[in-house]
Design a protein around this ligand. Structure first.
Ligand code: ATP
Length: 314
């Protein structure tokens, strides 16, 4: 049984070492770091000891190797990753500004990450998946990746599984006018939506956050979990609103916080915990993710997370 799987981009991230240096300017970079929202999510669950897998493609190159090595070292099942000889692994270049914002430049659509296809999905494998997590950034890659995400979500639902969706909107790769069209098929199939910032409004077309949440819940979604950076998160269900404990950390790199939060959320769901406890655990994972530079570098083991929560409570 694979408790959790995800489908989408596996990337190498190369980041500026200094602040406020545009990607168009000469300067130093650090990396490659294993990355890609679905890969960060799967890796965080692997580190928690949850049987998890990622469906994706990398090139037969060093950037693919850095991902495969990390994912397998952290306990992720890599059997659903195809290694392609005719494409290189996707790359994300990122630079940070002192106002906390980031700019990304992606080589993704024509990379190995863009070669996930419905025909290559392993249906027998998908029947074993209890929770499938999908990212909006994967839907943005191209038509065949989008179709593969929709198909995988459909198969998991048909077999009694759960689908969670992080809109993870990346304007660099997702045309704003297409957001609702791309998200609609997955919203019809998903049980949990985990938006941040104004994503709930963007995927629904509603102007006010509360209307966006209402409109998502009206479609039968079980819960909308809004990520709020250092303020933690809020879960809305048709009958109640839930808040967990949030955590104060010295954040150095926000990349991966949302994916680690999602991993913590899914972990809590699988444990059958009360909603507040799920949110507190997910908040802890998101907060810890920001404390180290690099997308996957801030994820922690279960005992490290528990220790962090214990210390923060005192
Ligand atoms: P990403 O950068 O991965 O796209 P996101 O925008 O999806 O992230 P955020 O709201 O930035 O999501 O972070 C996810 C969760 O991580 C938050 O809901 C919160 O629980 C935790 N978190 C993020 N940043 C901080 C912070 N600076 N301090 C404490 N907790 C944080």
């Amino acid at each position: 049984m694979h408790w959790v799987a995800t489908v989408g981009e596996i990337l190498a991230e190369v980041m500026r070492t200094g602040l406020n240096v545009a990607l168009s300017e000469p300067g130093l970079f650090a990396g490659p770091y294993p990355s890609g929202a679905p890969a960060i999510f799967a890796d965080a669950l692997g580190k928690l000891g949850v049987p998890s897998a990622i469906i994706g493609c990398v090139g037969d190159d060093d950037f693919g190797k850095c991902n495969i090595d990390r994912l397998s070292a952290d306990g992720v099942d890599i059997s659903q990753i195809r290694i392609l000889e005719d494409k290189i692994t996707g790359i994300a270049f990122v630079t940070y500004y002192d106002d906390g914002s980031r700019r990304f430049l992606y080589h993704i659509k024509d990379s190995a990450a863009g070669r996930i296809k419905v025909e290559d999905l392993d249906k027998e494998f998908l029947k074993t998946v209890k929770v499938l997590h999908v990212n909006g950034s994967s839907l943005a890659i191209n038509e065949n990746v989008r179709k593969a995400c929709y198909e995988a979500a459909g198969l998991v639902k048909e077999n009694g599984g759960i689908v969670s969706f992080d809109p993870n909107l990346r304007p660099e790769i997702l045309p704003l006018e297409e957001i609702q069209n791309y998200c609609r098929p997955i919203l019809k199939k998903c049980d949990y939506v985990l938006p941040s910032g104004g994503e709930a409004q963007l995927i629904t077309g509603e102007g006010a956050p509360e209307d966006a949440v209402k409109s998502l819940l009206a479609t039968g979604i079980k819960a909308v979990v809004v990520k709020k950076g250092e303020e933690g998160s809020v879960m809305y269900t048709p009958s109640a609103t839930h808040v967990g404990k949030s955590f104060q950390v010295k954040a150095v790199d926000p990349t991966g916080a949302g994916d680690c939060f999602s991993a913590g959320f899914v972990y809590g769901l699988l444990q059958g915990w009360p909603r507040e406890r799920i949110l507190t655990f997910a908040n802890a994972m998101g907060a810890l993710a920001t404390t180290k530079p690099g997308p996957m570098e801030g994820s922690r083991t279960l005992s490290q997370i528990n220790e962090f929560m214990e210390i923060s409570n005192n």
